[in-house]
Design a protein around this ligand. Structure first.
Ligand code: HAM
Length: 422
């Protein structure tokens, strides 16, 4: 715990803050892969009607029953800070009639989401996602596309220590029968009251129990993949065929349990081994019933949400440099008032020419100013003293090897450009 000055503030608990280029570089790399596959940007509201999430995500999920930031607004409406993006995207598609145009509707989004979870490394109350949704067509090639876009994002960052786990949760035709069979199996197990209750409300979730004494009893539990309808099995076979074709590696995990209720057929998670217990760097799947559940046509959709926070942690765990450390390329050091005045204009000129530049502010001495130049990551310093100014020259100093070249003041911008770009 850091102590605060009296009367000081701290950010709310469980909210990471990012300074510098790394976070943006990770987010934008993931977004770029979605753009390459033709997903259009959708800027979603940060809060929505509470009922949208209750109905869309599922009342029995932890996300809805325990983790939502819900409050009454000044008009007395119950609103909730978005815990995830899929329900909002589907709401927007229905509301604006996007599903009446060409299908599928392909959208992507990025930004903060909010879940009142117990904060720990990689688990935050304000989490950042990049997501895509492809809505309106039930085509296994789209499932594969969504998976390939996520995979390409991770690869573009240079990540190698992750794997894609995949399963099928079946469809409305056979899931009820499977659910009943699993419930019958669980009734015969020796479970505590809370787990029995979970088995009654959402038996699939019991399969995710991590306790050894429960795991042991579940070794022979019936699995959804063995109860797929012919259509769901054919869909799954096609998805894996396309993934092979696209060179996206995966492992089947028939015991996967997701925290949201809307999934049908293809369901997946990207898992990174360098992150400890919060190892899911992304997840998603197909949702056959969600659009109708939210009052729209009966159309299917498929998408993913990638956790940007965890993806950045994964990059750090693999020692990847995701963004250049260089904040600026050139740093101006003016010694004396007149020199500083001149540099203010020169730095402005450099910036207009597209060269990232900064200068020493606050009338520091040469030593302090050179330290600031080093810290900025700049490749060159432009050092201007009173004597230079009288002579109409400026010193262009290479901060890597310390060498210095004198250039005529009117040529300074051109000299910097030549030095940087050859
Ligand atoms: P989700 O699995 O709940 O899915 O979240 C997606 C990703 O967000 C996770 O894999 C994880 O990387 C990140 N994440 C979730 N909670 C936290 C947290 N508390 N702290 C840090 N990172 C977190 C969804 O949200 C679905 N809407 C994905 C989707 C899109 N399914 C279909 N379309």
């Amino acid at each position: 715990m850091t102590s605060l000055p009296a009367g000081g503030f701290a950010a709310p608990k469980g909210i990471p803050e990012y300074v510098g280029p790394d976070f943006v570089a990770v987010r934008d790399t993931l977004v770029r892969e979605a753009d390459r596959a033709g997903y259009a940007h959708l800027e979603l509201p940060v809060f929505e009607d509470t009922a949208l999430y209750a109905r869309g995500v599922g009342e029995s999920t932890d996300v809805v029953s325990k983790e939502m930031y819900s409050f009454a607004d000044r008009g007395g409406r119950s609103v909730t800070l978005r815990p995830e993006g899929t329900a909002g995207v589907v709401r927007s598609v229905i509301e604006h009639g996007m599903d009446r145009g060409t299908l599928p509707v392909k959208l992507r989004y990025a930004g903060p989401f909010f879940r009142y979870e117990r904060p720990q490394a990689g688990r935050y109350r304000q989490l950042q996602q990049v997501g895509v949704e492809a809505i309106g067509v039930d085509d296994p090639a789209l499932d594969a596309e969504v998976l390939a876009v996520a995979d390409a994002g991770f690869r573009a960052l240079g990540l190698t220590g992750y794997r894609l786990e995949l399963t099928s949760l079946g469809d409305a035709e056979t899931r009820p029968a499977y659910r009943a069979e699993l419930q019958r199996f669980l009734e015969k197990c020796d479970l505590d009251d809370a787990t029995r209750e979970r088995a009654r409300i959402n038996p699939l979730r019991v399969l995710d129990d991590k306790r050894p004494e429960v795991r042991e009893q579940l070794a022979d539990a019936p699995l959804m993949v063995d109860h797929l309808s012919d259509a769901a099995a054919a869909h799954h076979a096609k998805v894996t065929q396309y993934l092979d074709q696209l060179g996206v590696a995966y492992t089947e995990n028939p015991r996967m349990v997701r925290g949201l209720d809307y999934y049908t057929k293809t369901t997946f998670e990207f898992v990174h081994d360098g992150l400890g217990s919060q190892s899911g760097i992304g997840g998603g799947g197909r949702y056959d019933g969600l659009m109708a559940e939210l009052g729209g046509q009966s159309l299917s959709g498929v998408g993913f949400g990638i956790g940007v926070d965890r993806t950045l942690l994964a990059c750090r765990a693999e020692g990847l440099e995701v963004a250049p450390a260089r904040r600026v390329e050139v740093f101006g050091v003016g010694l004396g008032e007149a020199a500083k005045d001149h540099l203010v204009g020169l730095v402005g000129q450099l910036r207009r020419a597209g060269i990232r530049s900064d200068l020493a502010y606050g009338g520091r001495g040469l030593k302090g100013a050179m330290k600031a130049a080093d810290r900025s990551g700049a490749r060159y310093a432009l050092v201007l003293g009173d004597r230079d100014l009288e002579a109409g020259t400026i010193q262009l100093k290479d901060l890597r090897d310390g060498s210095q070249t004198e250039v005529a003041l009117p040529d300074a911008a051109a000299a910097v450009d030549r030095a940087l770009h050859g």
